[in-house]
Design a protein around this ligand. Structure first.
Ligand SMILES: Nc1ncnc2c1ncn2[C@@H]1O[C@H](COP(=O)(O)OP(=O)(O)O)[C@@H](O)[C@H]1O
Ligand SMILES: [Mg+2]
Length: 225
């Protein structure tokens, strides 16, 4: 098992009001599996994904990654663990506008040594998604679909065990969304990386080997959509 969440609860406080978002969520992610989490806007998908990715903390419950309980880790060790095991694809790609596509992909790897090796891998990845010609383009010079593919490469550069993708197709047209889905499936096949995808789109949800719905603060496993 690569990532395990047990008894996760989370609420937000806005002044006097308390908003419960997650209640007693349990999830175990196996090596190399794709799971999808469907949910309406506001259901708590981003909150859950951020907690699974150790970017946010639950009020209660625990997360363990590759057998390591993250509660016991100091900040620095937690960032190392995150860097080593997790890759993120955010809904709005979050590429840095002043860096080229290649530089954006290399960024997470800057702190982790072997430059030649990393550059080689980045080149391979651009080739993998058919974007070798786009390496030196800035995000503003890329289409929405291309930007998201660059964001996916950035998530993959350090060979994470798990890729967490938050509504990755949310802002893409049907063609680019299909392309991105095939890319996730290809990555999963070729590199045996586990992938967690949140979505409110049925078609995206269908690529999950296991599928879940997040509603009323709970995560439910569903067989058929
Ligand atoms: N930092 C925050 N402070 C207060 N409320 C928040 C915060 N982040 C999210 N929420 C609220 O929590 C609920 C779940 O949000 P979110 O996890 O972003 O849902 P989703 O990604 O499924 O749209 C929403 O009602 C949202 O308004
Ligand atoms: Mg969200």
């Amino acid at each position: 098992m690569i990532l395990s969440a047990s008894h996760i609860s989370k609420s937000y406080h806005n002044g006097e009001k308390e908003l419960h978002v997650l209640r007693d969520i349990n999830l175990e992610l196996q090596k190399g599996e794709i799971i999808t989490i469907m949910g309406q806007s506001g259901a708590g998908k981003t909150t859950l994904l951020n907690i699974l990715g150790t970017l946010d903390q639950p009020d209660s419950g625990s997360i363990s990654i590759c057998g390591q309980d993250i509660d016991s880790l100091a900040d620095e060790d937690l960032s190392k663990l995150r860097n080593k095991h997790l890759g993120f694809v955010f809904q709005f790609h979050h590429l840095l506008p002043e860096f080229t596509a290649m530089e954006n992909v290399l960024l997470p790897a800057l702190i982790s040594g072997n430059e030649t090796e990393i550059k080689e891998r980045a080149n391979e990845l651009f080739d993998y998604v058919g974007m070798v010609e786009r390496q030196k383009h800035y995000p503003a010079q890329l289409s929405g679909g291309e930007r998201l593919r660059v964001a996916v490469l950035r998530a993959l550069i350090l060979k994470p065990d798990v890729v967490l993708a938050d509504e990755p197709t949310g802002n893409l047209d049907v063609h680019n969304a299909d392309r991105l889905l095939s890319l996730f499936q290809k990555i999963n096949n070729d590199f045996n990386q586990a992938i967690v995808i949140t979505t409110h789109n049925l078609k995206v949800a269908e690529i999950g080997k296991r599928r879940f719905v997040l509603e009323n603060e709970s995560l439910k496993h569903i067989d058929i959509i």
